[in-house]
Structures are given as C-alpha cells and as structure tokens.
Design a protein around this ligand. Sequence first.
Ligand code: ADP
Ligand code: ADP
Ligand code: ZN
Length: 210
Amino acid sequence: MDLKIVLLGPPGCGKGTQAERLVAEMKFTKISTGDLLREGVRLGTPLGLEAKGYMEAGRLVPDELVIGLIKEKLAVTHGPVLLDGFPRSLEQARSLEKLTRIDMAVDIQVNEDKLVHRIVMRRSCKSCGAVYHLEFSPPKHADKCDKCGGELYQRSDDTEQTVRARLKTYKDQTLPVSQFYREKGVLHTVDGEGSIPQVYERIMNTIKKG
Ligand code: ADP
Ligand code: ADP
Ligand code: ZN
C-alpha cells in the first residue's frame, strides 16, 4: 500500500531539505503548504492575497484555507505522499483524518538556538524551491541554484524577528499535533541535529522499520 507520511517539526528543522531527498530517492510526491502558499502570493491569487499578511507576521494562515488547498491536492495525487508543513494545528489534523489515512508522522527535533541560525542563512530557489544554507549547504555558485540554475533569494519571513514569531506559533499551535499522532500510535521522533545525510539516514531507518 502507498505510504502517507506527515513531516512535523519547528521551522528550520529540515522538513523541506529532507522531503526533497525523499522525493528524489523514494519517489514520494511532496505536498508542501508553505510552497503552495508562496506560489499563490507570487501569482497574486485570491488565496495568496489572503495568506500574505499571516505569513509575513509568522502566524498560521486560517485553517479553512489550507485545508481546502490540501483537499484539492490530495484528490489529484497518487502513490506515496509526503506532507511537508501540514497539519500545523489540531483542527487541520482532525480534518486530514477525514480525508485520508496517515501511516506515519515523523517529528524532526532540533534545539531552538540552532533553528534561528539555520533560518536566517537559508536561501531558496525562485524556480524549483530547492533549499540551501550559506554555511551548511552552500550553492556551488553564489545566488544560483545547483539543480536548475534559478535565482536564489531570501524569503521575506526568514528574518530573526519573524522566526521568533514562527517559533511561538509552532509551540502554541503545532506542538499539540505531535501529541495527536502520539495518541494514534503513529508518531516517530527523529533527532534533526547533525549533518543533512545523517538526518536522512535516521528518517530512512524510521520509515523502513515502520
Ligand atoms: P524547514 O522546511 O523545516 O523549515 P529547511 O529544510 O528549509 O527547514 O532547512 C532550514 C535551513 O537549514 C536551510 O537553510 C537548510 O539548508 C538548513 N539545514 C537543513 N538541514 C540541516 C542540517 N541537518 N544541518 C544544518 N543545516 C541544515
Ligand atoms: P517553515 O517550515 O520554514 O516554517 P513553511 O514554508 O512551511 O515554513 O511555512 C511558511 C508560512 O506559511 C508559515 O509561517 C505560515 O504562515 C504558512 N503556512 C504554511 N503551512 C501552513 C499550514 N499548514 N497552516 C497554516 N499556515 C501555514
Ligand atoms: Zn532551482
């Protein structure tokens, strides 16, 4: 049966980075609400216009908007699925339960002092969404994506001040989601410190063990 996995963890813990590798090596389809919302903002869609202010303030976009987005995507996605950045509230977790079965929630844990440094030095590709870090995972050529040659930029919410707000949002609204999946017996916590390949190895082992 096709696996459906949720990636949990605070902003900057490595969800996007690890999802990118899982997609490349395990043929998962990644659904990232952050990427979808940023695309909406860039294109100026009604959803993007509504989401923009929340994202810039480091707050969650209202549940009904992101749940609608996920519903649309799940309806047209087949094979193994990786949800990156969804669910982020109990309301979202409960709605997801009605839409589909989740086999596993992988909660990536990283100490808070490391998260801010990871995020303020993050650079993202405008074209393909690939993620870099100026110190830990630098692109070969400054400002240019290794994978597609696209332009690298710093997300407008990747400032120290907004990161602090996002961390607070995470603690208040997203931590209960881990407890939700723990009670369902599908939560797996993974140490997200160490190198990117080390963390990938841990996630792979977790998935294999089921
Ligand atoms: P998230 O999607 O959870 O917000 P990202 O995958 O975008 O996190 O990672 C945040 C930043 O940290 C990026 O700049 C990324 O290159 C970097 N990063 C990811 N994993 C590691 C790691 N294991 N060690 C050091 N830096 C990392
Ligand atoms: P990160 O994992 O680095 O915090 P994301 O790209 O996942 O960043 O999310 C960026 C922003 O998009 C969040 O701060 C929030 O405003 C919005 N967002 C993303 N996913 C959700 C979600 N599931 N529910 C509500 N808002 C979301
Ligand atoms: Zn790229």
